[in-house]
Write a protein that binds this ligand. Structure first.
Ligand SMILES: [Zn+2]
Length: 83
């Protein structure tokens, strides 16, 4: 991971531009512990929606408010990765 000097980043208007890295967020199966939960595409139309997930190993089904897998961003402070 290259070190980024934040002071050299461009700021324009009211934009706040922060170094970040992309992370993949996955959910392990709470039943078998081996598989990963994947969104089935089915959702209960409540606010916020409840999303149906299924284990790719044992087919156990769980419902989550968050979708898995998903891509998220983690802030990189002072050019160093937060752990
Ligand atoms: Zn499972």
């Amino acid at each position: 991971m290259p070190v980024i000097d934040i002071s050299k980043l461009k700021h324009k208007d009211d934009e706040i531009r922060t170094p970040a890295r992309v992370v993949l967020v996955e959910k392990s199966c709470p039943k078998c512990g081996l598989g990963r939960m994947n969104f089935t595409g089915r959702a209960k139309p409540v606010t916020p929606p409840i999303l149906e997930h299924i284990c790719d190993k044992c087919k156990h089904k769980e419902e989550y408010r968050q979708q898995y897998p998903r891509v998220d961003f983690e802030r990189v402070e002072n050019g160093k990765e937060e752990v």
